[in-house]
Design a protein around this ligand. Structure first.
Ligand SMILES: [Zn+2]
Length: 346
């Protein structure tokens, strides 16, 4: 079996069944997975705890935790709960990196529209110094800002940014590039190709300036449509930058299993073969015919070089004290679901 690490998965809500085994079937296809906490249906605190329990039960898993911005818009963070303190706590528990969703327009608005806030800058500085990996979702496809092009499903999810209260695509991009300028050695991966598939020259420039900057290949189906339209440019691009591109699917619990399998097949066929596959626009997408070392870079080696050749060990004691300290950020439903996990695993 080909070695693959899926660098970008989520468990973002309590389900009816046991989430501890939710990726068991998928894990038969891949060498390892990285689960990223996100404040989507839950707080970051709750999601960190869930993901932490997943790793306690499945230790050969990588996990990325999220920082709970307790006071938003971020102003002065409480001293014992500031971003750097929380980062240290997560690292001690056994998290392998940090995931930020604060650049997604909805979150970006919630935190006060500033990815370069001093509290966050201190976090980037610490992580740069430690060489800790940061996976960051910034922006969304540019059509989400355009009333004529925003897709229905994005509107339904509240991801159409049409009422003038959101930062623009360009503003969020500029703030992100400033993070790189201020922290040129930060080990950072921007999810979904930094939504730059229509302007890949931006990535080429950033790759040339920042040695530890990567993007992941989790769809955004619009990326794959661009790859198909500009096939020869992108074939060359993937050859030149195979050390900066990271495989991931964004598969989630509880997601649509059939869609996730289809998507896995599209992406791995494109990266790992010379075969043709029906892509997001229902047209034929041809595989890149990369050499084995370049395929390996994308499918697992870049991730391992940045995050570690094996996942960190978990510390039960630290997870227990995290749950106690941040108990105030949990809902009654969260507490009810966490109780049996504590009994079983701690
Ligand atoms: Zn994601």
């Amino acid at each position: 079996m080909r070695k693959i690490i899926d660098s970008h998965l989520h468990i973002s809500k309590w389900g009816e069944d046991d989430f501890i085994s939710c990726f068991d079937k998928y894990r038969e296809k891949v060498h390892s997975i990285n689960i990223c906490a996100i404040p989507f249906k839950q707080s970051n605190v709750c999601n960190n705890i869930m993901v932490g329990f997943y790793k306690l039960a499945n230790p050969d898993t990588y996990i990325h935790g999220g920082i709970e911005l307790i006071e938003v818009p971020i102003d002065n963070m409480l001293e014992d709960m500031d971003a750097v303190t929380q980062y240290r706590e997560l690292m001690e528990i056994g998290f392998d990196g940090i995931k930020m969703l604060e650049g997604k327009p909805t979150e970006h608005k919630r935190i006060g529209k500033n990815l370069n806030h001093p509290s966050l800058n201190s976090l980037y500085r610490e992580m740069e110094r430690d060489g800790t990996h940061l996976l960051m979702h910034v922006n969304d496809p540019d059509e989400f800002w355009d009333p004529d092009r925003a897709p229905d499903w994005a509107v339904k999810n509240g991801w159409a940014y049409l009422d003038g209260t959101y930062s623009s695509f360009e503003e969020i991009r500029e703030q992100t590039i400033k993070i790189l300028k201020d922290h040129p050695n930060l080990s950072i991966t921007l999810a979904h190709f930094f939504f730059c598939s229509k302007e890949p020259k931006i990535l080429e420039e950033l790759f040339s300036l920042y040695p530890n900057f990567c993007v992941d290949l989790t769809p955004g189906g619009e990326m794959y449509v661009e790859f198909e339209k500009n096939y020869s440019y992108y074939k060359d691009f993937f050859n030149r930058y195979s050390d900066r591109l990271i495989f991931g699917t964004d598969r989630s619990y509880m997601g649509d299993e059939e869609y996730a399998s289809w998507l896995f097949n599209v992406v791995t066929t494109f990266i790992g073969t010379d075969k043709t596959v029906k892509s997001f626009d229902n047209k034929e997408l041809k595989g890149l015919s990369l050499t084995q070392d370049k395929i390996d870079n994308i499918l697992f080696a870049n991730f391992e070089r940045r995050v570690g050749s094996s996942p960190k060990l978990m510390c039960k004691e630290k997870l227990r004290s995290y749950i106690e300290k941040y108990n105030f950020a949990l809902t009654e439903e969260d507490k009810k679901n966490i109780e049996p996990l504590i009994k079983k695993y701690l």
